[in-house]
Every structure is written in structure tokens, then in C-alpha cells.
Design a protein around this ligand. Sequence first.
Ligand code: DX5
Ligand code: ZN
Length: 222
Amino acid sequence: MNNMLEIAPSLLSADFGYLMRDIESVEKECRFLHLDVMDGHYVPNLSIGIPVIKSIRKYSKMIFDTHLMITNPEKYLEAFADAGSDYITFHVECSDKPSDLISKIHDLGKKAGVAIHPDTPIENVFPYVSEADLILVMSVRPGFGGQSYLEGSTERIAAVRAKIDEAGADTILSVDGGINLKTIAEAHAAGASLLVAGSACFGKEDPGAAAVELKAKACESV
Ligand code: DX5
Ligand code: ZN
């Protein structure tokens, strides 16, 4: 099992007027930075996109974990790769041919992630547990920060973890939504290794210290 434990602060909860200040506040404590891209179609909201990622890439060496909550992700893979994403994660619901997208992302020299909406049967992501570099289990309905961790998410994480281990893969299992001091230990115990946290990091006065606290809490027994 890939027993890595990392916090990926989600920039969605940062102060967009002070993006680099907020990024710098977590870069000593965290390797990954989660970047949420929304299109107003797949999710009922809009957020950052290619120009912002391109700009912050100039100033940060963090691993950019780009979460595409967009329809037709195949149209934009190259642009997000060029902008400086390291991981490009698309939603399994947004493609008829996830394997082709994974290959395309790999051809662009990037790591590929497949995300799954909480209303989608978890089995739909099983075919990609070996091909992809990352599986992202959404534990809220995508589109907004600050929501509560949905009941049933822990079982869904555990189901994906079992498939990854069964395949002998070292795919990263990430969870996104409602991760905080109350929920993180449960999600980690179920097998999530990359824990995305928006409001629980950037919503705090010292986001770096919040990430350290989350990491310590993740290891506590549930
Ligand atoms: C929601 C985004 C999340 C969001 C999480 O659609 O994908 O990454 O930033 O925010 P929190 O951690 O506050 O639930
Ligand atoms: Zn996200």
C-alpha cells in the first residue's frame, strides 16, 4: 500500500488578492498544491483557469495538482500541461474514453488523475486504478469549498484502496471535500494518502500550521 500521507491545500479557499502570499504560507509544510478549475457547466460555479496557473507557476515549485471540474476536459489537457500542472485530474463523468485521456496526459509528460463525483457508483473508477497515477474520491458535491464531508465517503475511499492494493499499484488515493480536524483521521484510515484541504488550511490564520496540525491528526486512531 502507498502509505504516503500528504496534505494538499486547496487554493480555492485562499485570498485571491494575495495568492503568492498564501501559497508561500504552505510551501514549507506541503509538497502538493491543489488547484480547482471550474467551468460553470459540469459544476455550478467558476474559479481559476489557465492564466492563473501559468502565473503562479513562475513563482512556486510546489507540485501542482490540477483538478478539472469541466466538461470536455480533452480539449484543454495540453493547455493545462503547458501552464505548468504536474498532475492533471479529470472527472470520470466527463469522458467517454478515460483511458485515452490518461494516455494523452502521459504523452504530455504529466501525471494523470481520475476523479469521481459522490453520486457516481464507485465501481466506475475501478478500471483506472492501475492506469492512472491518482484517483480522486470527491467527498462533497464538486463546486464549492467549505461543505461537509458526505456520509458514505469513507466506504468509497476504502473500496478504491482495496482495488489499488489488489492491483499492486502505487496509485495515489486522494480525497477532496470536507476534510478537517474532525474527518481527516477517518479518511486516512480508510486509505486516502493525499488529503485535500481548502477551508481547513487557507481558512485559518496560519495555513502552514493548520496543515501540520491536520497531518498529525490524520495519524490518530479512529
Ligand atoms: C470543491 C473542490 C475542493 C474544495 C475543497 O469542489 O474540489 O477542492 O476546495 O474545499 P474544502 O476543503 O473547504 O471542503
Ligand atoms: Zn478539488
